[in-house]
Design a protein around this ligand. Sequence first.
Ligand code: A3P
Length: 286
Amino acid sequence: MSSSESVQYHGLLLPPVAHTLESLEYAQHFSVEDTDVFGVTYPKSGTVWMQEILPLVLNGGDLTPIQTIPNWDRVPWLEETRLAKVVDRLKSPRALVSHFPYYLMPQSLHTSKAKVIYIMRNPKDVMVSSYYFHRMAGFLEDPGTFDEFMEKFLEGKVLFGKWTDHVKGWRLAKLGDRILYITYEEMVKDLPEALRHISDFLGRNLSEETIQKIAEHCSFKSMKANQMSNFSLVPKKYMDSEKSNFFRKGVVGDWKNHFNTEQLARFTSVIRKELEGESFSLPWSL
Ligand code: A3P
């Protein structure tokens, strides 16, 4: 499959698999329930991590969902074709993930009481992670050189558009106390503490023992070994773990091993310029 088959929707480039005009329209008209929880990310910011965390937090640490249901059916992507197929099987409270920009979220989100957790990751690490993902995902175009991929990333000619647009839209979202902002970096630094925030936000009163249990099952090592989460069930032609594992490194700051001085200067200046004057600040220095 080549990227020429990529789906374009409202000017956004979307993956050429699992995204169709029908699935995108279905997502836009999706009937959001008050108890729904959305984990929203720009790709490569911790989406699959949320697919492990949310069912555990919502169900008091019950391991059944993460041990028996593949992540894409357990916490489906709002915009993907699987959602329509599994929606009737989702138990309330439902958890979903999405890479959609804020403006593409279903209208019913705005009139519901549903909650959103927006996970943000340093864009330099996002880009590195995405670069390797393009190398292992058979349905995506080869990323070319790191330099070439960086230009595409900065121009937004990558899946789900510009990182800065995604972040701006979601940081300025008018969802009041229905949205929690969290970073990948906070989760790596102290996962139990991040889980306490998430569980408080979702109105769950989890014991310290349950928090520790969830943290253990959501560690990089546990998830990499979980067949229901590590994409080993996906045929090699779509995701080739010999080229790069989906659970690649799971660390903060791998960009330091990839950016040279010129690339860092260019990347930083473009991102800073695009966020100039915004009413929010980034949680890390670029
Ligand atoms: P790396 O490629 O830097 O390792 P997404 O799910 O949004 O596609 O994000 C994928 C990134 O999240 C990958 O980053 C992956 O390793 C990382 N990740 C997934 N689960 C993780 C975990 N439990 N701990 C740390 N990083 C995790």
